[in-house]
Design a protein around this ligand. Structure first.
Ligand code: GLA
Length: 387
């Protein structure tokens, strides 16, 4: 479904501002059912594109100057396409300029363009608004300048934009999901080979509900990069005895345990979590294809424990929300979603109990933290497309 209101807003502001008729691209955020922090370890993930999206109205400017308008931030930013660098002050512009830089690195030419964008992917919620902006930008520029970039390369360029312009050494999951999503399908993605299959989400008796903790995760970017380094440290230790190991994806739990003494406690726990989480992706897809929903819920619960105690990416608010949900008989399971330190929990709730669950969670959360959760209903949708 399209958010007609946002679509109209970006279009009419574009015409007002630039006096031209733009193309409009819709770039979705994503959920992730399971497989957190496995992507940069060459592992497996199970994300899906959702209806919440960023809408970008774009056209050529006719000069080297590009002007970007963020309706949600109420900010305008300009740059020259053949002479620019990351902005220290306007962080959202980096996602867009980062993509332009990657397209240029691939030997293609980008002329000046104008853009107005807005969306309903809540920022800092673990729903990948930044990947949506990157993928939407890449897709729009590909259309506008007929660059003939393959979708998978747009995914990689968008990921690199985040590395090089936003400084977050993210994996490929978010950009992949935003670009390749399909209605009612999750993507079971092998982050090493990038082979993927659409995996149907056929819920009849349950609903997926996201609950946004409304905790903005300031620490998230630096802690994210630290997690990645810790995993690399673990791989380096294991490579000493087995040079064939390229990533944690190649490591079994027995192998890890056999070398436990060589690890610091922290690095050991990080690696243990990743190996277990990869295994959870496989187990969850098996359970889903056999409609064993209680098992799916159980896996969510165990994953939350792993994020809390082993990978240490949770926070008090999320612990409270997931803990509250996981004690209820009308919730099969809940865990934090995304990079960590806040954002949303993903909850698998019995049909018919949704409102009561949200209401009771919200009351308990308010009593504890003096702020509200925001419930988000998700519809699994298409990947990036022109509308
Ligand atoms: C962020 C990153 C992804 C992934 C998740 C955690 O969303 O951008 O690449 O690592 O965190 O699973």
């Amino acid at each position: 479904m399209m958010n007609q209101k946002i679509h109209n807003e970006v279009k009419s502001r574009f015409t007002e501002e630039f006096g031209a008729d733009p193309i409009v691209v819709k770039a979705p955020g994503r959920i992730n059912l399971i497989g957190e922090h496995t992507d940069y370890n060459d592992g497996f993930v199970l994300p899906a594109a959702v209806d919440q999206a960023i809408y970008l109205a774009v056209s050529k400017s006719g000069t080297a100057q590009s002007t970007l308008v963020s309706l949600d931030m109420n900010e305008t930013f300009s740059f020259i396409v053949d002479d620019f660098q990351p902005s220290q002050s306007v962080s959202w512009a980096n996602y867009i300029m980062g993509v332009v830089a990657e397209i240029q690195k691939s030997g293609r030419e980008v002329e000046g363009f104008n853009m107005v964008f807005s969306g309903d992917v809540p920022q800092g919620s673990g729903m990948s608004s930044s990947a949506a902006l990157e993928c939407g930008t890449c897709f729009a520029l590909n259309e506008l300048f007929q660059l003939k970039i393959e979708k998978v390369d747009m995914v990689k360029m968008s990921q690199k934009a985040e590395h090089n312009y936003a400084g977050v050494m993210c994996g490929i999951m978010d950009q992949f999901a935003s670009m390749m999503g399909a209605p009612d399908q999750a993507l079971l993605l092998d982050c090493k080979s990038l082979a993927y299959q659409h995996f149907p989400i056929a819920l009849t008796d349950h609903t997926i509900i996201l609950c946004n903790s409304n905790v903005s995760h300031n620490l998230a970017d630096s802690e994210y990069n630290i997690r990645r380094q810790q995993c690399e440290e673990g791989v380096a230790i294991l490579q000493k005895s087995d040079p064939e190991i390229e990533s944690l994806r190649d490591v079994t739990m027995d192998q890890l345990l056999a070398h436990k003494d060589e690890f610091s406690d922290v690095v050991f726990r990080r690696c243990k979590y990743v190996i277990e989480e990869n295994d959870r992706v496989k187990k969850m897809t098996e359970a889903m294809s056999e409609s064993r929903w209680a098992t799916v819920g159980q896996i969510l619960k165990v994953a939350q424990d792993g994020m809390r105690t082993e990978y240490e990416i949770s926070c008090p608010e999320i612990d409270f929300m997931a803990g509250f949900a996981n004690e209820r008989s009308d919730v099969l399971g809940a865990r934090m979603m995304g990079g960590g330190f806040g954002g949303c929990t993903i909850n698998l709730v019995n049909k018919g109990s949704e409102d009561q669950f949200i209401d009771e969670l919200n009351k308990a959360y308010q009593a504890e933290f003096k702020k509200e959760i925001t419930p988000i209903k998700v519809l699994i949708s298409d990947g990036v497309k022109r509308i």
